[in-house]
Design a protein around this ligand. Sequence first.
Ligand SMILES: *[C@@H]1O[C@H](CO)[C@@H](O)[C@H](O)[C@H]1NC(C)=O
Ligand SMILES: *[C@@H]1O[C@H](CO)[C@@H](O)[C@H](O)[C@H]1NC(C)=O
Ligand SMILES: *[C@@H]1O[C@H](CO)[C@@H](O)[C@H](O)[C@H]1NC(C)=O
Ligand SMILES: *[C@@H]1O[C@H](CO)[C@@H](O)[C@H](O)[C@H]1NC(C)=O
Ligand SMILES: *[C@@H]1O[C@H](CO)[C@@H](O)[C@H](O)[C@H]1NC(C)=O
Ligand SMILES: *[C@@H]1O[C@H](CO)[C@@H](O)[C@H](O)[C@H]1NC(C)=O
Ligand SMILES: *[C@@H]1O[C@H](CO)[C@@H](O)[C@H](O)[C@H]1NC(C)=O
Length: 858
Amino acid sequence: MGDHLDLLLGVVLMASPVLGIPSCSSDGQVALYRFCNLTQVPQVLSTTKNLLLSFNYIKTVTTTSFPFLEQLQLLELGTQFTPLTIDKEAFRNLPNLRILDLGKNQIDFLHPDAFQGLPHLFELRLFSCGLSDAVLKDGYFRNLESLTRLDLSINQIRGLYLHPSFQDLNSLKSIDFSLNQIPIVCEHGLEPLQGKTLSFLSLAKNNLYSRVSVDWKKCMNPFRNMVLETLDVSGNGWTVDVTGNFSSAINGSQIFSLVLAYHIMGSGFGFHNIKDPDRNTFAGLARSSVIRLDLSHGFIFSLNFRLFETLKELKVLNLAYNKINKITDGAFYGLDNLQILNMSYNLLGELYNSNFDGLPKVAYVDLQKNHIGIIQAETFRFLEKLETLDLRDNALKTINFIPNIPNIFLGGNKLVTLPNIQLTANFIHLSENRLENLDYLYFLLQVPHLQILILNQNRFSTCNKGHAPSKNLSLEQLFLGENMLQLAWEGGFCWDVFKGLFHLQVLYLNNNYLNFLPPGVFSDLTALRGLSLNSNRLTALSPGDLPANLEVLDISRNQLLSPDPDLFASLSALDITHNKFICECELSAFINWLNQTNVTIFGSHADIYCMYPDSFSGASLYSVSTEGCDEEEFFKSLNFSLFLLFTVTLTLFLMTVLIVTKFRGSCFTCYMTAQRLVFKDRTRGRETDTYKYDAYLCFSSKDFEWVQNALLTHLDAQYSDQNRFKLCFEERDFVPGENHITNIQDAVWSSRKVVCLVSRHFLGDGWCLEAFSYAQSRCLSDLNSALIMVVVGSLSQYQLMKHQSIRGFVQTQQYLRWPEDLQDVGWFLNKLSQHILKKEKGTKKDNNIPLEALATIS
Ligand SMILES: *[C@@H]1O[C@H](CO)[C@@H](O)[C@H](O)[C@H]1NC(C)=O
Ligand SMILES: *[C@@H]1O[C@H](CO)[C@@H](O)[C@H](O)[C@H]1NC(C)=O
Ligand SMILES: *[C@@H]1O[C@H](CO)[C@@H](O)[C@H](O)[C@H]1NC(C)=O
Ligand SMILES: *[C@@H]1O[C@H](CO)[C@@H](O)[C@H](O)[C@H]1NC(C)=O
Ligand SMILES: *[C@@H]1O[C@H](CO)[C@@H](O)[C@H](O)[C@H]1NC(C)=O
Ligand SMILES: *[C@@H]1O[C@H](CO)[C@@H](O)[C@H](O)[C@H]1NC(C)=O
Ligand SMILES: *[C@@H]1O[C@H](CO)[C@@H](O)[C@H](O)[C@H]1NC(C)=O
């Protein structure tokens, strides 16, 4: 699902910079020669700044290989498909080179003076070059006074003995020795680095200290007198013993961020033979000022007593991806400055009041992806600085332990209800739970200061009446996708759920099975800028349905048949792909709008396509011509008065609808009583005319029983004296033995009206369809509307449209639908009676003009 509302949520989509240069050529500044089968350096202009020569066949680089390129800053010479020889002062002609990339070469010969003459070299990439210890021992890097980053990862270095010239590399900040085979590093090997401050030193994945037994007395402190901002010793297979010995050995060296991930400390789940770390393991780090400690990806099962007590300065502790199931009381004592505690992806099942004692400054506790089913009520109460609690993807059934903190993540739990607690928060994440009753939504909307509420993938579908009207709510973003709001709304309730949300800017209602929008449901959302109605079942949008100031609308994957472009006037972007457009003249306004609008339309042209009629199915709206739909022009002058009339009618209509939907049954009864009192029995004395019958009732014989109960007993005079109509229907009034067609013709012509009861059976019955066509042709020749169509049962527009004759009628005339609600039947019968009684004026109506089909541009 394309989330275009991300635009509003601050995600800036940036076009990736494209080098507009064809391969194997140069634009003067950038020379792009990757994959060019070169065996030597090509001729490039002296203005070249970036020379990209990776993926070629260059075998040797010598002093004369490069022309003098004073401007050159970046040279890429990685991945030559042939062994590479680099000779003395090979890059001397590139005096201002800043980045030299030789990565992924098989360097057969590297002259000890290869890198001489590069006073400005800032970064040297020598990863995966098959280099041995010699590259460090023999002073290859001397005189590189600007060298800041040195990448020697993935080589064959087996010991660290740095050449004394490292001492002079005053710019050096970052050295990567990861993925070599360095079993041991001792103090004298790194002596040239003493006194330096490095921002990054990696010794990861070397089996360091784990394959040999180390005599720490002799080895001493490899990082003596160094300040390391980040030391990465992860992936070396360290046990509790190795870690303990190592941390004692480096006593006093400053290491602000220590990465010990991918260790093998801890007993894991179900084992006891391997130790969990204890209060001695990290004791040696007491004077190292460790601020971040990464212990993720290991096997720690139990957090032991006072495990971290010496780490007074620690601010970030990452314990994710271990097997932690047990937090011993006092485990966190001493972490006086800890701010972020990450215990996600562990095996915690329950939390007790005392678990987080000793964390006076913790602001963020990440407990996602555990199996927590129960939490004691006071567990988080005394974490005074707590701001964010992440409990996503656990097994919680209640949240009565939630403290008043700004950010609460509770998605992916098993919440069916919410307790009636006092809650204050800015951000609540509750997606993927099992909330069903909209009461909880009303409750959450009232949470003071709430700005973002995420409720995707719940089961909101039921609604209790009688909610207090909301006040001025602070909410700015509301995510309600993948619920079942249709079920709540179709009963006519909870239409006021968005009332009072004057500050709401973004609303997601995607995947809610919506086939209508309750009138006025968005009327308070005056600040709303983004709305997603993606993947619902909306067939039409009415004026006023959308919030007034909406900018971005996603209404893709609905069933819009023929939208009115005026609805989209306020938008700046629209996604309307994958709908079910009916490509007939009615759509021409939309098609024209689409062709020339300034609104950004998401998706490819091919995704905005016709669904009906069949001959256009799948054709892009952009390929459909609207020629031959010009009747529109003729009506233009009428537009304004029609508009006024329409607005007034609509307003009255909406007001009436609102009143009537609530009390329609009783309203109608009152109305009828009143009418009877006022008009006495006048309605019964009606004028006679030339027709034998009032109406011919045309229906499938399979529906007879239903028709008899629902209609005949209430309308036909033979069934009851109360009834006023003389009706005609096949079962009673057709002449037996007579040709069926003749019978139908007679019935059609000798009745004032023809009432077709279009049900599923009707559509399957050839005679019924035949009768329908006759009735229609009588309408055409008499220029009247003798045909009344009543749709019975849940037939979709599409099912009706499948039948040629019915389609013509449906598109041009109004038809009636049998009411679903029993209380409406009386009203319906009355309306039907009026239709039957209505006299024909014999004039042709405007909307009877047959519409021309559209034609594709081939
Ligand atoms: C490089 O050589 C291969 C094989 O000879 C050839 O297919 C490819 O087109 C050549 N590439 C260039 C950029 O000349
Ligand atoms: C840790 O140090 C102690 C004492 O120096 C030594 O006996 C032990 O073997 C060392 N453990 C490891 C795994 O190096
Ligand atoms: C660390 O060194 C200090 C002084 O240099 C010493 O007092 C302390 O005992 C040492 N700590 C460890 C764990 O070796
Ligand atoms: C905790 O660790 C997990 C797994 O690495 C990570 O996804 C999450 O973002 C971390 N949480 C915090 C607050 O850094
Ligand atoms: C709602 O409250 C905000 C302040 O929180 C205020 O600026 C705004 O005018 C209020 N709006 C209404 C409609 O009461
Ligand atoms: C789109 O508009 C252009 C002029 O702006 C017109 O030439 C073209 O025929 C239009 N296309 C369609 C499909 O209406
Ligand atoms: C589109 O923008 C142009 C220039 O900003 C303006 O002249 C034109 O009227 C706009 N068209 C529509 C349909 O709004």
